[in-house]
Design a protein around this ligand. Structure first.
Ligand code: B12
Ligand code: SF4
Length: 526
């Protein structure tokens, strides 16, 4: 049987990074079936397009995975596939919580023939075999022989054959420049960000977060060896292609068990598997100097930190009181001293927020090392404690907000400001943090660093700006380039100066790494 796995586009991130679930399920598919992957972010498709695709390719089963914000599109695509006579199975965080909606048991239309609840590592092979026999069941739940919920241990993690997977769509280097850039240094003909998971689960239970409910509070890890081997495979592929790659450790809290994370990072260094990487780590875990040393030595470049708010009352309200705004500056400084920077994520529209929350946040951000601040709105995702609290209090203004998804729009009224005021705060945050003046300031604050770091922060800021101000088409790009021309000219001028790309790689000495991998660690710095 031929199977299509499809991920709907989110309208923002385009080909920034492939979705891990597709590769994982492909690797877990029983022998004898062929799996095709279409990620709508890189290969846009509409309803007519997917119907034609399944007919032309003689597809026997379509699997669709989606977050809440893409679920309306996912349902439309599922409807088109089913109308073409092909069964659809849906999975992922949204349908796990809203299975009745997907199956049309809540009074609405049916979109899926079957729903895979929760982690589908163990149920997927069964789904495929049932579909091949024409015996799909409505619901597949991950349970053991006694009917108890069971979670994959991750100790037996499948090998994802990165060496042979078609990743052309995810090359972030423009096609026209590939040939030329392949010849620069070790080669820049391709640059891809690849998702790798080293573990699942986070026990913290922040009120707005799906993760604790979905993955459970039992934390599970892959073996160090299996993660290291995956990195080595990815590095080998990049080398062969005369290109570069970076890894996004998609674990929700990569350092949730600090001892384990340190041991993994040490093994990465010892095996020469360092690469540039990004991960999500909560601020409280970044107090550990040795951890931060190891992050830098193993190639960590950007850490995503869910700061959420600078107001402890807000943090307490959403069960994230372990975040201490008073230590944010020290955490960021600790990272920056090792040339590791942070994506700092803030949520507006919390119950203690009042007008001016964005400016008060930015006042703090401006005193911190440069990073990538991002701003969102408190969103009640289905089945989260936040959703339940707001529903009980009758505060949801759009209880099924996902059915008509609107980016950056609230679905409930905050207590101390209006919905419009909350929207204005987010707009202010993005407009100020990504203004030409703010970009110039971020670049200048790294004047004591090699030029590569300044170019890096500038390009990263331009890309992140697109999360809120969509950069669709050449005109949008030209406008942003014109607005930032002074900073661009300055960086280009400096690029021609002798030694501009060299310099002190970090502000504090990094920890010693085994000799064999030292050269690579230095390569990764530049
Ligand atoms: C990586 C990631 C992203 C990436 C996505 C891009 C990419 N290419 O991956 C980025 C950073 C862009 C991102 C952004 C956002 N994300 Co995000 N993200 C994640 C994260 C950390 C990892 C996803 C992952 O790969 N997991 C590992 C795989 C193996 O798990 P999985 O995807 O759930 O798949 C398993 C099962 O669900 C199931 N399954 C999944 N799909 C399918 C399909 C079929 C057919 C079947 C059978 C089974 C199945 O099988 C898989 C194996 O067990 C998750 C949290 C998490 N740990 O999952 C949040 C998560 C998915 N994100 C979330 C959110 C809310 C967002 C944002 C909306 C945040 C924001 N406020 O801006 C944005 C939206 C961006 C956008 N424009 O779309 C929520 C989604 C909750 C929900 N109900 O939708 C999550 C769960 C985190 C959370 N805090 O709650 N995200
Ligand atoms: S620390 Fe992060 S992943 Fe863990 S529950 Fe809170 S928001 Fe979710």
């Amino acid at each position: 049987m031929k199977i299509l796995l499809y991920n709907p586009d989110n309208g923002v991130t385009r080909n920034f990074m492939p979705h891990l679930w597709m590769f994982l399920l492909q690797a877990l598919t029983p022998a004898g079936h062929e799996v095709l992957l279409v990620d709508g972010n890189a290969q846009p498709m509409d309803e007519a397009g997917i119907a034609k695709f399944v007919r032309d390719n003689n597809i026997g089963l379509v699997g669709i995975g989606a977050m809440t914000r893409m679920i309306a599109k996912a349902y439309r695509m599922a409807d088109a596939v089913r109308a073409a006579g092909v069964p659809v199975v849906m999975g992922g965080p949204h349908v796990t919580e809203m299975a009745d909606e997907a199956l049309g048991r809540d009074g609405g239309p049916r979109h899926a023939d079957a729903v895979a609840l929760g982690e589908a590592d163990a149920t997927w092979p069964r789904i495929v075999e049932d579909a091949a026999l024409g015996q799909l069941k409505d619901v597949y739940a991950p349970v053991d022989a006694f009917g108890q919920e069971s979670k994959p241990s991750l100790k037996e993690y499948p090998v994802i054959p990165w060496q042979s997977i078609d990743l052309k769509q995810f090359n972030l280097v423009p096609k026209a420049a590939t040939g030329l850039l392949q010849k620069i240094g070790e080669g820049w003909g391709s640059f891809r960000i690849i998702p790798v998971e080293s573990g699942r689960g986070c026990p913290y239970g922040c009120e707005f977060c799906t993760v604790t409910g979905f993955f459970g509070d039992s934390i599970r890890f892959r073996t160090n060896e299996s993660v290291v081997n995956e990195l080595l495979l990815l590095k080998a592929r990049a080398r062969i292609e005369k290109g570069q790659m970076a890894v996004f450790f998609i674990d929700d809290n990569f350092a949730i068990n600090i001892k384990r994370t340190k041991s993994l990072l040490r093994d990465i260094i010892a095996a020469g598997a360092q690469c540039h990487w990004v991960a999500q780590i909560s601020a409280n875990l970044l107090r550990d100097e040795e951890l931060v040393d190891l992050i830098a030595a193993s190639g960590g470049k950007w850490i995503f930190i869910g700061m959420e708010s600078i107001d402890p009352a807000n943090l307490k309200d959403v069960n994230k009181g372990f975040n201490k705004p008073g230590e944010y500056a020290a955490v960021l400084e600790r990272l920056a001293q090792r040339n590791v920077y942070a994506i700092t994520s803030f949520i507006f529209g919390m119950d203690n927020d009042t007008v001016g929350a964005a400016e008060r946040t930015l006042e703090q951000v401006r005193t911190w090392p440069p990073g990538l601040p991002i701003f969102g709105l408190l969103t009640p995702l289905p089945a989260t404690p936040l959703y339940k609290r707001l529903e009980k209090a009758g505060r949801l203004t759009r209880p099924k907000h996902w059915q008509e998804f609107i980016p950056f729009a609230m679905a409930h009224t905050p207590l101390k400001m209006t919905i419009d005021e909350a929207h204005a705060e987010v707009n202010y945050g993005w407009a100020q943090a990504y203004s030409p003046e703010a970009l110039a300031h971020a670049v200048e604050s790294l004047n004591d660093q090699p030029l590569g770091y300044r170019v890096n922060i500038f390009l990263a800021r331009i890309c992140f700006r697109g999360i809120y101000f969509p950069m669709m088409g050449k005109m949008a790009w030209l406008k942003v380039i014109a607005q930032n021309r002074r900073t661009i000219f300055k960086l280009v001028r400096e690029g021609f100066k002798a030694g501009a790309w060299r310099g002190a790689p970090a502000r504090v000495p990094s920890i010693p790494v085994p000799e064999a991998s030292e050269a690579m660690a230095q390569g990764a710095e530049g």
